[in-house]
Design a protein around this ligand. Structure first.
Ligand code: MN
Ligand code: MN
Length: 473
């Protein structure tokens, strides 16, 4: 007995030291077990958003609707005393700002996320007939594993401007009774040994990623390309457009896949494009629900997935111009650059979640696990931190205390092993303004596939983190 007691004491002593010194990752499900209901409720609301808003234009429209409902005013109608302002940029980029009575020079709390996502864009000449099909000619958008997109039902979304310059909105394939499009793969029977040995990148080439658009020849046998005629006739009957109109259009094929709960315990959500609709949605929820003494800003940008180039991307001067307008409106003596420099920011974007099947791609002591809370990444990038903005330790410390005080489960990791690959976010572009910024978001499995997966509790932890960020003194 006495001996046993001594061993136990030794054990306790050791665990006490461990407790004191070791960092132990804890399941966010345990940490937030009293808030499971809230996590479930938020997940449900998020899924509504996921299933209904896919293109940047649709998402910006959603934000505008929500903003107006919550008392935000279009910057065009704002007065010097307006506190809640929003501004849009080319219908694909939006900023929401909630001001206080304090001078803008004190800076703001900024969350920046991206609303563009992986998809297949129609080319300017998107239709050609190749017997026995009318094919839709596509150019993929962003970094995809091309074979992921085979045999997946695809819905068409976007806008077309006709020869009179009128805008026509198109959505085909989201409703149960609407047709979808598909890129069919080769059957395994005909793969052959050469096919089985193909590298993943050769399974289907970028130029081969074209979808079946129609199959029934039009009745008029004098027409040479009768299936193409069928396709164009249906589009013309429905939308009054002709072949040339596709040149002045933004049409894309998105997975026609609704979000679903994953696992028998319903702990996760599977859907296309959590990246980065999840952080965008949670940023907006946090902005609306937070009670803050600080000026708050939420920015949703486009084109992150193709390197943040273009007039609706993070590299656009839209944010700076909008802040300049507000400074002029309030007749304050500062500049947008000054305001941004004095701000604190979060680049809200997803990161890779640990997947035991691919454990060798990750560093076991520096990775983010689904179900373990919001992920904080000091830097992103690839090959020696290239294109990562590498946040200051001082700022990480500030973020850490914020999370600690608000009792939010958080983890820190890297996207993958050193030199395994990598990825970037908008953080380094906002960092140009000399503000403090760090990447913080939700871990995702199967990122950039047509069915990405997130944990409900990580979604909830991310929301709580964004809210705490806006509210922190
Ligand atoms: Mn992203
Ligand atoms: Mn991405």
């Amino acid at each position: 007995m006495a001996k046993d007691k001594k061993i136990n004491e030794q054990k306790n002593e050791k665990s006490k030291l461990e407790k004191e010194l070791f960092y132990e990752q804890k399941s966010a499900w345990d940490e937030l077990h009293e808030e499971k209901k809230q996590a479930d409720k938020l997940s449900k609301e998020y899924r509504e958003f996921l299933d209904n808003y896919k293109t940047e234009r649709e998402i910006v429209e959603y934000a505008q609707k929500i903003a107006k409902k919550n008392g935000f005013v279009d910057i065009k109608d704002a007065t010097p005393s307006t506190k809640k302002i929003y501004a849009t940029n080319h219908s694909k980029n939006i900023v929401l700002i909630e001001l206080t009575n304090s001078p803008l020079e004190e800076g703001m709390r900024i969350i920046g996320t991206h609303i563009d996502s992986l998809r297949l864009d129609l080319k300017m000449s998107p239709v050609y007939e190749t017997n026995p099909f009318l094919m839709i000619n596509l150019h993929y958008y962003g970094g995809i594993k091309k074979y992921h997109w085979l045999n997946t039902p695809l819905a068409m979304h976007g806008v077309v401007f006709n020869n009179k310059g009128e805008k026509i909105e198109i959505t085909i394939g989201e409703k149960e009774d609407e047709p979808v499009f598909v890129i069919s793969d080769l059957l395994p029977h005909l793969e052959g040994s050469e096919g089985r040995e193909k590298l993943a990148r050769d399974i289907i080439k970028g130029e081969e990623l074209d979808a079946i658009g129609a199959t029934i020849p039009i009745e008029d046998k004098k027409i040479k390309e009768r299936i193409k005629a069928t396709f164009l006739k249906i589009m013309n009957d429905k939308y009054k457009i002709t072949e040339r109109d596709f040149a002045s259009a933004e049409l894309s094929l998105y997975p026609a896949v609704k979000s679903r709960e994953v696992g028998i315990d319903r702990g996760m959500i599977g859907a296309p494009a959590h990246d980065d609709r999840i952080c965008s949605y949670l940023g907006l929820e946090a902005l609306l629900k937070s009670d803050s003494k600080k000026a708050k800003l939420l920015l949703w940008v486009d084109k992150e997935e193709i390197g943040s180039k273009g007039n609706t991307s993070m590299e656009s001067t839209f944010l700076e111009n909008t802040i300049e307008k507000i400074i002029a409106l309030r007749k304050e003596k500062t500049t947008a650059k000054e305001v941004l420099q004095n701000s604190k920011a979060i680049s809200g974007d997803v990161t890779s979640g640990f997947d035991p099947k691919f454990a060798d791609k990750m560093d076991p002591t520096n990775m983010n696990k689904p179900g373990y809370g919001v992920a904080v990444e000091k830097y992103t990038g690839a090959g020696g931190k290239s294109y990562g903005s590498d946040a200051n330790a001082e700022y990480i410390s500030w973020i850490r205390m914020m999370l600690q005080d608000a009792k939010i489960p958080w983890q820190h990791g890297e996207l993958g092993k050193v030199d395994q690959g990598g990825g970037g976010t908008i953080a380094y572009i906002l960092a140009k303004y000399n503000m403090n910024i760090v990447d913080m978001g939700t871990p995702v499995l199967a990122m950039h596939s047509p069915f990405e997966i997130v944990s409900k509790i990580d979604l909830y932890a991310t929301y709580k983190a964004y809210k705490a960020f806006y509210e922190r003194k």
